[in-house]
Design a protein around this ligand. Structure first.
Ligand SMILES: NC(=O)c1ccc[n+]([C@@H]2O[C@H](COP(=O)([O-])OP(=O)(O)OC[C@H]3O[C@@H](n4cnc5c(N)ncnc54)[C@H](O)[C@@H]3O)[C@@H](O)[C@H]2O)c1
Length: 418
């Protein structure tokens, strides 16, 4: 075991949090029970790069229980829970390279510490590890079977690699599972992004105007939660269909240049860059809050804000206030990084239960199909999605109807009409 973490004495606190998450992740735990005796991953190294949270800890424990050697780094400089990292090292004996507040160099050093284990399978969130691995496949890739990717932005980056015929091993797009993006991105980020903003500022949402940039899975969740807390919501979009959906869901839709002067709170969730830039900040009211829920810290142009400012100060650990030359104040939460992970605890365990069940089953799928998959991005098997949904419903004590033979026949025939 090797590690680079902040403080191993935090392990007790981390252990209690992990136990809490475990008690809210019944689907993943049922998979752990199912595979801990047969240990299908014995002899394999799983190299992961994913936010070190209590939920991720349950995934790493499941992989280890199934026999894998686990080497793990964080996928964002500010999202690691140091107490969780400590417990994974001290109580579980896993190799963890992650701490909150790492520099850019330390962040990549941690990724390389994982690569040095010569992973058989990679698990990534945002594709930083996979992209670095691709630069060094000759050096560290002798065992590689395949990898998985957790988020929209990571899948987009890896699809670009595939389009350029540069993908070096098969990838399962876990984000594309319905039991992932329709729940994690929507309900998980929807709730936890607002949780992060509230924990950082204690702002009252009721009576405020919240501008949500992007009405995809994440934006849709944030908009509905903000409305539920009493805010008026303006959506900005570039996709006509998603803009139309937002309007028909009852939101005001405007370009960011128009929304900029009306908003009190701005939340970006596009996966794109410079969504809030100089021309928007110049129009904003005094005292607005800016936060990002998209994967990278490029959605709000911090360079532009700095150029427009003459001074900045920390209001608290997660809020930096910029004093603009036009005498307005702009409050940036979590350095423009994923607000739900920086200022809150990320997605609730209940929703990560399904995302990480998908991760675990995808690892098993890669192993089962070793040598037969091409260097392509693969979607999750539909059967897997259905199985996870069934297990989740079962754990919630919910049963559903079953098609009768007659109904199945009707749905598969064309003969019966008016
Ligand atoms: N914070 C988290 O925990 C978390 C969880 C899941 C996903 N994500 C990240 O959130 C981002 C969005 O994910 P998603 O699943 O909603 O993606 P999505 O593709 O479903 O939605 C993105 C939306 O943003 C719109 N968009 C793109 N560029 C825009 C721009 N310049 N201005 C306005 N709208 C724009 C697109 O048209 C699309 O409707 C990604 O970076 C993803 O990786 C974060």
């Amino acid at each position: 075991m090797e590690y680079r973490i902040k403080d191993i004495s935090l392990s007790d606190k981390g252990k209690k949090k992990i136990e809490w998450a475990e008690s809210h992740m019944p689907v993943l735990l049922s998979l752990k029970k199912k595979y801990e005796e047969s240990k299908p991953l014995k002899g394999l190294v799983v190299g992961g790069c994913l936010h070190v949270t209590k939920e991720t800890a349950v995934l790493t424990k499941t992989l280890a229980a199934a026999g894998a050697t686990v080497a793990w780094s964080g996928c964002n400089p500010l999202s690691t829970n140091d107490d969780i990292a400590a417990s994974l090292v001290k109580d579980e004996g896993l190799s963890v390279f992650a701490s909150r507040g790492v520099t850019n160099k330390e962040y990549y050093d941690d990724i390389y510490s994982v690569l040095k284990f010569n992973p058989d399978i990679t698990i990534d969130d945002g594709a930083d590890l996979t992209i670095e691995f691709h630069k060094n496949l000759d050096k560290y890739g002798k065992n590689i079977i395949g990898g998985t990717e957790e988020t929209t932005t990571g899948v987009l980056r890896l699809k670009a690699l595939e389009t350029n015929s540069k993908l070096g091993y098969p990838i399962i797009a876990v984000n594309d599972a319905e039991t992932k993006h329709d729940f994690d991105n929507v309900y998980g980020t929807g709730q936890s992004a607002l949780d992060g903003i509230i924990r950082a500022t204690n702002v009252l949402l009721s009576g405020k105007t919240v501008v949500v940039a992007g009405y995809g899975h994440v934006g849709k969740g944030i908009a509905s939660r903000a409305r539920g807390l009493g805010a008026s919501v303006i959506v900005t979009e570039v996709d006509p269909i998603n803009a139309l959906k937002a309007r028909m869901d009852g939101y005001t839709v405007k370009p960011m240049e128009e929304a900029a002067s009306s908003g009190d709170i701005f939340i970006t969730s596009t996966g794109c860059k410079d969504v809030i830039a100089r021309k928007h900040v110049e129009k904003m009211k005094n005292g607005v809050l800016l936060a990002n829920a998209g994967h990278f810290n490029v959605e709000i142009s911090i360079d532009d804000i700095k150029e427009l400012s003459y001074e900045s100060k920390k209001i608290n650990e997660n809020v930096e206030q910029f004093l603009l030359k036009n005498n307005n104040k702009i409050n940036l939460i979590g350095e423009g990084r994923l607000v739900n992970l920086v200022a809150a605890e990320g997605h609730p365990s209940e929703v990560m239960d399904m995302s990480f069940a998908n991760q675990f089953l995808s690892v098993l799928y890669l192993l089962k199909n070793k040598g037969t998959l091409e260097n392509k991005i693969y979607k999750i098997d539909r059967e897997q999605d259905i199985m996870i949904a069934r297990l989740k419903l079962e754990s919630m004590g919910i049963s559903i109807d079953k098609l009768s033979e007659n109904q199945s026949k009707y749905l598969n025939e064309y003969g019966e009409g008016t």
